[in-house]
Design a protein around this ligand. Structure first.
Ligand SMILES: [Zn+2]
Length: 335
């Protein structure tokens, strides 16, 4: 009996050239586009990642996305993709049955969390990635290296911004980071390599928090930070600006974890501290060296585990102690 997640890859490979990136993402011609009013994909714009837990599909030609998690029913979109790949109907039903046999405790808890989120109106609509989106891999060394230097996990579907031809200084080259929620693409951000403003251009929905898909089911803690690379480098959440609005707070609460806010160590970060106190959340302001301004810097300096240790050691839950740490930070910033 094959793993119910494997079928999609087996059928996709039939008669197609499929390449595997180091990140584990497979790319090849997509079967979906002709069913979505687009011309057939001839440029390998289909992306598939298969794990023991399921699979995720993104088409960078027509924008079609689908995912499958073992333990759950096949979604409508996952069924469509399998049909387009010529998986027979009875095979699709078999995959579904096989999947439900794996329904684990974690899956049930997950469902409960999702029901709670739906009841609270936490929903995001599917969004298309920019039409020029193409995946970053080792064949795009400048983009690949940038992501490595920022300690971004390799198994995330980053896109590249090629920049203007003849632009020696690579002014407008950069990367695109898809925003996902529940395995679906619901927005993205562009991060340009040069440090001119704006460094980021977001396509973001109200109340969105980046990084919920980076959380494991059995984790008890969650870190809340400002930036997308902070979140990527330590598997935390990013609120994407120096404030936490009410909808974001609801979403973060709905994860039912111990919440710790880790502000950037600058003026804007202080605002985030005040908001965390208001929300009754823990705050961590580690005494990092002066050149270390945020979690991503700390991960570069100490490694992922080292950074996490500095964060957990400096974690404060009492309002008074948080205020003391904040004052100390203010002094450090002035000196
Ligand atoms: Zn497509």
């Amino acid at each position: 009996m094959t793993n119910p997640a494997e079928t999609v890859e087996l059928y996709w490979r039939q008669g197609r050239k499929i390449k595997r990136a180091a990140s584990g993402w497979l790319s090849g011609n997509a079967p979906c586009c002709i069913h979505n009013g687009e011309s057939p994909d001839k440029r390998s714009r289909g992306g598939l990642k298969v794990t023991d837990q399921g699979w995720s599909w993104h088409c960078f030609n027509c924008g079609f996305t689908a995912s499958f998690i073992i333990g759950r029913n096949l979604s409508f979109k996952a069924r469509r993709l399998l049909t387009w790949l010529n998986v027979p109907q009875e095979e699709i039903e078999r995959i579904n049955l096989e999947s439900l046999k794996h329904k684990s405790m974690a899956g049930i808890l997950d469902d409960r969390q999702r029901t709670a989120q739906t009841l609270q109106g936490i929903e995001f609509e599917d969004r298309d990635l920019p039409p020029d989106f193409s995946l970053v891999d080792q064949n795009t060394p400048i983009h690949w290296q940038y992501l490595r230097d920022r300690y971004a996990p390799e198994d995330y579907p980053y896109g590249m911004i090629a920049g203007e031809p003849g632009d020696k200084f690579r002014r407008r080259q950069g990367v695109i980071i898809p925003f996902t929620y529940d395995g679906r693409i619901v927005g993205h951000t562009r991060r340009f390599f040069d440090d001119h403003n704006p460094r980021y251009i977001h396509d973001i929905q109200p109340g969105y928090v980046f990084g919920t898909d980076l959380q494991q089911a059995d984790w008890q803690h969650v870190l809340v930070m400002e930036g997308v690379f902070d979140a990527l480098s330590i598997s935390g959440l990013a609120v994407l600006h120096a404030e936490i609005n009410d909808a974001q707070a609801r979403l973060i609460r709905s994860l039912s974890r111990e919440i710790t806010v880790v502000p950037d160590q600058d003026e804007a970060g202080m605002k985030l501290v005040d908001r965390a106190i208001e929300l009754g959340w823990a705050v961590s302001i580690p005494e990092w060296p002066a050149n270390c301004k945020d979690v991503n810097d700390a991960v570069k300096l100490y490694g992922r585990l080292g950074a996490l240790l500095t964060i957990m050691q400096a974690r404060e839950t009492s309002k008074i102690k948080i205020e003391i740490r904040k004052k100390k930070l203010a002094q450090r910033l002035r000196s």
